[in-house]
Design a binder for this molecule. Sequence first.
Ligand SMILES: CC(C)(COP(=O)(O)OP(=O)(O)OC[C@H]1O[C@@H](n2cnc3c(N)ncnc32)[C@H](O)[C@@H]1OP(=O)(O)O)[C@@H](O)C(=O)NCCC(=O)NCCS
Length: 141
Amino acid sequence: MDFSTRKMNVADYDSALHLWKSLPGMGLSGADERSEIEKFLRKNSETCWVAEKDNRLVGTILGGSDGRRGYIYHLAVQSGLQKIGIGKQLLARCLDAFKKAGIQKCHLLVYHDNTTGIDFWEHAGWVLRKDVLIMSKKLKT
Ligand SMILES: CC(C)(COP(=O)(O)OP(=O)(O)OC[C@H]1O[C@@H](n2cnc3c(N)ncnc32)[C@H](O)[C@@H]1OP(=O)(O)O)[C@@H](O)C(=O)NCCC(=O)NCCS
């Protein structure tokens, strides 16, 4: 099935949010408001991509980096168009851009109960870490 990929821009926001809300396993928060995503895209213009089919957005990946490690968020493919290679291609675009920027390792967060997501990542060669936990602190209440 035909689809294309290109870098994401802020004009994609409404379609991307609609996609994210339609899928289980996506953790959405205040960090996904338009202004926050716009800021993220400005800082990470090479590593955020969308997939399109028939001129409609059907997939996203947000890659962000602190200059040392890459972090992947919101890899999402429209239900009904999954399992045809869109997620794999989005991931490849993002990882290629990280490699070009000299990033040597990437991390991502995935919910415990997102077995589909975990299986996808393991199939793609990612390792589920048992030696680290994530700790968080809110800076804005
Ligand atoms: C996870 C997700 C992005 C995968 O996208 P996709 O377009 O269906 O994946 P692809 O078709 O590109 O699959 C790439 C490869 O992974 C395999 N694969 C896809 N989903 C898989 C799964 N759930 N379990 C195991 N393997 C899987 C495919 O068979 C393919 O294998 P191959 O390269 O050997 O041929 C998609 O299922 C999705 O949007 N899920 C909901 C959102 C989500 O959970 N995102 C991850 C948040 S951490």
